[in-house]
Design a protein around this ligand. Structure first.
Ligand code: SF4
Ligand code: SF3
Length: 542
């Protein structure tokens, strides 16, 4: 075996080719191989579940959740806990075998549906990415699998709030099973990638419905970025249900709650505004957490990716929950829909000093579809009068690559008659620049988390209706998207399925796109990489 591991699922993969010794993200070869095994076992389980469905068996919600949570665990920067991943593999194989026993025929099952794990240490030729020898088939299989990982993360959040959609789970499992089909052609897989995007839109719509029905429609909100004098708990990740439970349990305890990175948009929801001790956002995007978790001084809760392997200085203050895990950090248990117990964190917070201030002032956000539509008349008038020439969608992820300074420079250099539409942690590259407003409309409109990119699609479709256009690409909206992990992959596939063309994607194109698959995307959707700020602005404003 020439590699200790092989992973190329995120933007920071080694040499823009693949991590083969250890992950640039901090994932060890052992963890990476276990994650491959988990994905492989989940594909096998999905094949068995689909056979059972086709025979008329009812699949319980717990099986659907097992599939989505398994995929979520393998997302970049989610789980580094080998023992937990092993437990999941075992549970998945047990569940698969239990259902297989109920089926009377085993004819035609793939190797994955029959696979028995021999040793944890083995780097298997069978379970890893490189098991698919044809470069283009591998590329499409991985593009789809990463899209499904992103979709699973969003589904999991909707499920946590009690929202379920059997059609989405069925599609997910059917598609995972299809990844084992030796006969699937490039054409079939290309169509399936687009279909994945289409179902991704439904998954994001489901989450949007769950979030807005439960917590109300996000509204324009000023969020403090300073600190108060009380001890605090910092919450990161994307899971609003976890945050809600924590806010309830910290009520009246004298402990404040702050958001970090992708949890910032929680402040935009009316339901969370009633908590007087929910005071603001501390710090920036995920990759700054080493310094920011240290200076925060109190306990930190990671509800989803992105976790950076912690420094010893704050490791004992770091708690994980849900799909996240790190060996040696306390994990707060609780299955989908169950109440979690944060008392240990609250007790710890009371013993810690108040957070150290690193910034002061406020930032503004809350421009999800409901709020933007409430301002529709003003926005349409501004477009018609020429006050707003273009909207520039700059959604996606932030990351530690120096190349990403491009996005700060790009935002600064954009003409003053343009408005940035954003979602995801990409916003931290320009949300504190004070770019001003156009007739009262801020020049950076933050819709929320990466899943709220759905809001940007809804806004585009509504504007297409208002302006009576035949094609979404006729709108004065251009796309310069930054990606990092697999949630951005489902966002990208979702935009492609809606017919959006000419997307600029950076800071580098995904390593998992083979030259032929990349060509296919360029020819059909005119996707392009980024170049220089000056040239890209010229191209996008043309
Ligand atoms: Fe490498 Fe990214 Fe995979 Fe981590 S997730 S091992 S950085 S490709
Ligand atoms: Fe960020 Fe990880 Fe992608 Fe939700 S927190 S956008 S990178």
């Amino acid at each position: 075996m020439e590699h200790k591991m092989f992973c190329y699922q995120c933007q920071e993969t080694a040499g823009c080719k693949g991590c083969t010794n250890a992950g640039v993200c901090g994932k060890s070869a052992a963890t990476a191989n276990l994650q491959d095994m988990l994905v492989y076992a989940t594909k096998g389980l999905s094949e068995v579940l689909m056979r059972a469905r086709n025979k008329g068996m009812i699949i319980p919600g717990t099986c659907n959740h097992l599939v989505t949570e398994n995929l979520f665990v393998t997302i970049t920067n989610a789980n580094f806990d080998d023992e937990k991943i092993k437990e999941r593999i075992q549970k998945t194989l047990e569940k698969r075998d239990e259902i297989r026993k109920e089926l009377s025929d085993e004819f035609g099952f793939s190797k994955a549906a029959l696979w028995t794990m021999e040793t944890w240490e083995e780097v298997s030729e069978e379970t890893g990415v490189l098991a698919t020898k044809d470069e283009d088939i591998r590329s499409l299989r991985e593009l789809i699998t990463y899209g499904l990982k992103g979709m699973s993360a969003y589904l999991k959040h909707a499920n946590a709030l009690g929202w379920e959609k059997e059609e989405i789970d069925t599609f997910l499992q059917e598609t995972l099973a299809k990844m084992l089909d030796e006969h699937a052609s490039v054409e079939e897989l290309t169509a399936l990638a687009l279909k994945t995007g289409e179902v991704g839109v439904s998954a994001m719509a489901l989450l949007d419905e769950a979030n807005t029905q439960r917590y109300g429609n996000p509204e324009i909100t000023k969020v403090s970025i300073g600190v108060r004098k009380n001890p605090g708990i910092l919450v990161s990740g994307h899971d609003l249900r976890d945050l809600e439970m924590l806010l309830e349990q910290t009520k009246g305890t004298g402990v404040d709650v702050y958001t970090h990175s992708e949890m910032l948009p929680a402040h935009y929801y009316p339901a969370f505004k009633k908590y007087e001790h929910f005071v603001g956002n501390y710090g920036n995007a995920w990759w700054k957490q080493k310094e920011e978790f240290e200076s925060f001084g109190g306990p930190i809760l990671l509800t989803t990716n992105c976790l950076v392997p912690p420094k010893d200085s704050y490791k004992d203050r770091l708690f994980t929950t849900g799909a996240v895990g790190f060996t040696g950090c306390k994990h707060i248990e609780g299955a989908c829909g169950e109440e979690k117990d944060f008392s240990e964190m609250i007790a710890m917070a009371k013993q810690c000093p108040a957070p150290k201030e690193i910034e002061s002032g406020e930032i503004v956000g809350g421009f999800a579809h409901g709020q933007v539509m409430a301002l529709a008349d003003k926005i349409v008038d501004a477009v018609k009068s020429g006050a707003i020439r273009k909207f520039v969608v700059m959604a996606g992820c932030d990351g530690r690559s120096k190349k990403r300074d491009y996005y700060t420079e790009f935002a600064k250099a954009l003409p003053k008659d343009t408005v940035i539409l954003t979602a995801g942690c990409a916003k931290y590259k320009y949300n504190k620049l004070d770019l001003g407003d156009i007739g009262g409309i801020p020049r950076v409109l933050d819709a929320g988390q990466c899943n709220d990119s759905y809001s940007l699609a809804v806004i585009a479709l509504k504007l297409k209706e208002v302006f009576q256009l035949a094609d979404i690409n006729e709108l004065p909206i251009v796309y310069n998207i930054a990606w990092y992990e697999q949630k951005a992959v489902i966002v990208l596939l979702a935009l492609l399925s809606l017919g959006v063309k000419n997307i600029h994607l950076g800071p580098t194109l995904p390593a998992f796109l083979s030259p032929n698959v990349a060509k296919l995307l360029v020819e059909n959707f005119q996707i392009t990489g980024i170049t220089t700020v000056e040239d890209d602005i010229k191209a996008l404003m043309a």
